[in-house]
Ligand binder design. Structure first.
Ligand SMILES: [Fe+2]
Ligand SMILES: [Fe+2]
Length: 217
């Protein structure tokens, strides 16, 4: 079991214990990963999409046909959910708040944040690349297949280690330095941001999209 799966299980177990004992959200707030659990929940959904993209990559390599809606849905998910809903929270709330907390951040932390932001931009560029090559792919050209395969591969190569670094190094280090008041503010900002983007309904819509994709593979 990888480190992330273990952390996820620990988080679930803790949450279940809190609920079983009649605890409240206030108890949940004593968990070391609060309020990063919002971001980790989003990682769970994106990780499921990584698994789908791996299957797409394998099929492309075996020259098996992928239907057009699969690519539309993947591009829609990466742009709408991974980028707008998730990356925005990290950039505009988490990183910003950390900079506010410590205006003189250690060079290493500052460098990590810069790398993560750069990778967010690259991920969005690759989704746009993917979108650009869908038509050529469905015209059946080898060039179209190679280009879309290249975008898919690069996306996974950048974003899978990106998630691993956030979960194992960046998030724990960040929550460790924030005060309770700052953590509460962060959670409130995450919730407010979600509400602006359409709230739970939007999250449900993307979860449905992922289920549809999973059914195809
Ligand atoms: Fe990120
Ligand atoms: Fe992330």
């Amino acid at each position: 079991m990888d480190c992330f799966s273990l952390k996820r299980l620990q988080r679930r177990k803790f949450f279940e214990e809190v609920v079983n004992k009649g605890g409240t959200l206030w108890t949940w707030r004593s968990h070391p990963m609060y309020p990063i659990d919002t971001l980790l929940d989003e990682h769970e959904l994106v990780n499921r999409v990584f698994a789908i993209i791996e299957k797409v990559r394998d099929k492309l390599e075996d020259e098996e046909e992928i239907s057009a809606p699969v690519f539309w849905k993947l591009v829609e998910f990466i742009r709408g959910y991974a980028d707008v809903i998730h990356h925005s929270k990290e950039e505009d709330i988490l990183f910003e708040q950390l900079r506010e907390h410590d205006t003189d951040l250690p060079k290493e932390v500052d460098r990590n944040i810069a790398v993560l932001i750069e990778e967010h931009i690259e991920a969005l560029d690759l989704a746009n690349e993917m979108h650009k090559h869908i038509r050529a792919y469905h015209r059946g050209t080898a060039e179209g297949r190679n280009k879309i395969l290249k975008s898919v591969n690069e996306y996974l190569n950048i974003m899978q280690p990106h998630f691993k670094m956030e979960e194992e190094e960046v998030f724990p280090a960040m929550v460790a330095v924030l005060s309770k008041k700052e953590k509460d503010k962060m959670k409130a900002d995450f919730d407010r941001f979600d509400k602006i983007l359409g709230g739970k309904e939007v999250h449900k819509r993307y979860a449905k999209l992922v289920e549809e994709l999973e059914r195809e593979f």
